[in-house]
Structure formats: C-alpha cells, structure tokens
Design a protein around this ligand. Structure first.
Ligand SMILES: [Zn+2]
Length: 161
C-alpha cells in the first residue's frame, strides 16, 4: 500500500492532499500491461476519483483482483461473492467484523458485527462514506439485507471456531 502523508500529491490531478480528504487507495494490483497500472498502489481523494473518467472501470478492476485472490487472504473467508458485492468474515472469535467490498467503486468497509443491524438500516452511510460509495451502498442495500444477514454470518463464523 502506498503511504500517505500530508501534502502528498494526488495521483490524478497532482494537487496536494490533506488529512481532511476522504481517500481511496489500492494495493499494487495492476502490472505495466494495464493502461491504468500507474494508478494502482496509489492514493487519491474520493472527490477526484468520483470525477475520473476511468473511475468505474478502475473500481471494477480492483474489485475483481480482490475477488480472485480472496482465498489467499489468511484468516478471512468469503461468505458471499457476486458481481456487485463481496463479503468476507473471519472464524477468529477476536475479529468481530465483516469485510464488505463493492464492485462499482472498489470501495471496502469493515463493519462491526455488534453494530451490523444498525448499519444495515443505511442511515449512517452518508456520515462515514464519500457520496459515491454511499450511493452504491444505498443502491445495493436490499441485496445487502437479503444476502448479508449478520446473524447468519455470525453463526457461520461461530461454526468455524
Ligand atoms: Zn486530485
């Protein structure tokens, strides 16, 4: 992962970023054979990413790269995966979170299981996530509610212990 510091130039526009920016970063998931490889392992403000012409394609590529290596992710296992969404959970009883990743923005979230029922109301998305990710979350909320039931995930997690 690229390291952030105050004043680091934005990968997209070159303007200095600050701690006040909501940031999107990716791992080094693309090689030089991709036309977007220079943007992997980089940091950009969500404000810039949202306006970027390649935003949707880049987000989708990051999502697919994460899906493809999801079985090599140590203690995290895939509980649900489709074209829109991937949900991972951990059998480790000390990890009280699930990991959610969205396809259209390539954004990822850790959701505390204890807060999951409240989170699934969607009321707080705008408080924590940039508009572009919040909109995507809201759009797939019915899918999240039907397929990503925290109690089911929790019982799955407990079954692994
Ligand atoms: Zn920028």
């Amino acid at each position: 992962m690229a390291l952030f510091y105050d004043g680091l130039p934005c990968t997209l526009c070159g303007e200095e970023m600050t701690n006040a920016d909501q940031l999107f970063s990716t791992s080094h998931f693309l090689g030089p054979d991709s036309d977007l490889w220079e943007y992997s392992d980089a940091i950009m403000p969500w404000d810039c990413d949202a306006r970027w012409e390649h935003q949707a394609r880049f987000g989708q590529m990051y999502f697919e790269a994460n899906r493809q290596c999801s079985d090599q992710n140590g203690p995290w296992g895939v509980a649900h995966s489709d074209d829109q969404l991937m949900v991972k959970t951990s059998p480790d009883k000390h990890v009280g979170e699930v990991d959610v990743m969205l396809a259209r923005t390539g954004s990822g979230f850790r959701v505390c299981l204890a807060d999951g029922e409240d989170w699934l109301t969607g009321e707080c998305f705008g408080d924590y996530h940039h508009e572009i990710a919040s909109e995507e979350l809201t759009a797939i909320l019915p899918l999240l509610r039907s397929r990503f039931q925290l109690r089911r995930l929790l019982s799955l997690r407990l079954a692994w212990i």
